[in-house]
Design a protein around this ligand. Structure first.
Ligand SMILES: [Zn+2]
Length: 360
């Protein structure tokens, strides 16, 4: 297999990636709040009753329908709009520089048309671009992103609950324990809810086993979990040292702590991915506008740039090679995941797309 040679990244890619990184935490916090509300808004008693009825009853006991409202309450659409806008502006600035339209005036860089008093003449001369977020396509792109975000969070969360509930039905057992298992899956994806429930099982075993070899192997296994750090890690050691200090309540607290960490992880993934997506949409919107204003030609190419750090996946590293010289303004990139219009290629993708305005 051909290995991907490290390329020098254009400064424009660095600027775009830095902006995505800067805007991710605000979204991460809000998304974590929504996922936590979904779990906290579910009553264990109702779940316990529902689990004795049907999968449908369980699904109805969880306020999935409120996700859209909570997304609004948390101000997520405003954040998405802001990311779209700052991305459009940044890419406008980059484009102006690429087209050689940035001039020094009194030692100050004049980039934004109409942005600073006295520099408006650029606009009148039709020689530079300023991002217009109010055009109908921008408004539509922002609404679409909000809708997709709600749909994806809801869909993945429901899938996880459906799977865990069916599993609980197959295993049978005490309804309260089943309800607790379902509750510990709320707000997570399918694999994440599996990890939480494996963790719960391991902790339970740790509290109820006396064989020292089994115990130390289990402790190592739990401690090796990526999210078992700090206070949680110390508590696992305490449980290992003296299980008698841990009743059912304390064990549940350990699982809840782990669940909380998993929610934070999912929120980070969603935030990173959606920030990258909004950034790419703002960028595309700016380029469409620039083309409509005749500032870039149809020969311009969009070029895929990876972030060459330890997180780079081989499948993403291949994308530049699969699209030598980039693709046209309206074309899709050929990727191992199928045709993709712009980054992100998949969750947690940190690639960006930059413009080669002349196509040369
Ligand atoms: Zn990527």
């Amino acid at each position: 297999m051909k290995t991907h040679k490290a390329r020098r990244r254009p400064v424009t890619a660095l600027a775009i990636q830095a902006q995505v990184d800067r805007h991710t935490p605000a979204l991460r916090k809000r998304i974590a709040n929504v996922l936590t509300r979904l779990r906290d808004g579910t009553s264990l008693e109702e779940l316990e009753a529902a689990v004795q009825v049907s999968v449908t009853a369980v699904m109805q006991a969880i306020p999935f329908d409120s996700i859209g409202q909570w997304i609004e309450d948390e101000g997520v659409p405003k954040i998405l709009r802001n990311i779209f806008e700052v991305s459009g502006r940044l890419n406008g600035k980059i484009l102006n520089q690429q087209l050689g339209l940035v001039r020094k005036i009194d030692g100050e860089e004049a980039v934004f048309v109409g942005g600073s008093a006295g520099y408006g003449s650029f606009s009148e001369a039709g020689s530079a671009i300023s991002f217009d977020i109010l055009n109908p396509r921008s408004v539509q792109a922002i609404q679409q992103a909000r809708f997709e975000l709600i749909k994806n969070i809801t869909f993945e969360s429901k899938e996880a609950i459906r799977e865990v509930t069916l599993e609980a039905f197959q295993e049978g057992g005490n309804p309260l324990a089943q309800a607790r298992k379902i509750k510990n899956s709320i707000g997570l994806t399918r694999s994440q809810s599996k990890w939480v429930n494996n963790f719960a099982r391991e902790v339970e075993t740790l509290a109820n086993t006396t064989d020292p070899r089994v115990l130390s192997a289990l402790r190592r296994k739990i401690q090796n979990r990526q999210l078992v750090t700090g206070r949680l890690s110390q508590k696992i050691n305490a449980l290992f040292d003296d299980p008698s200090r841990f009743g059912a309540g304390e064990l549940n607290e350990l699982v809840e702590d782990y669940h909380k960490r998993m929610v934070a992880m999912r929120a980070r993934t969603i935030a990173r991915t959606e920030t990258a997506r909004m950034s790419a949409k703002g960028q595309s919107s700016l380029w469409d506008q620039a083309r409509a204003e005749g500032l870039i030609s149809n020969k311009a190419r969009r070029v895929w740039v990876v972030t060459p750090d330890e997180l780079l996946r081989e499948t993403h590293a291949l994308i530049p090679t699969l699209n030598p010289g980039g693709v046209g303004l309206d074309d899709y990139f050929d990727t191992p995941f199928g045709p993709v219009f712009s980054s992100p290629a998949e969750p947690n993708c940190r690639c960006v797309v930059v413009l080669n305005p002349t196509g040369k």
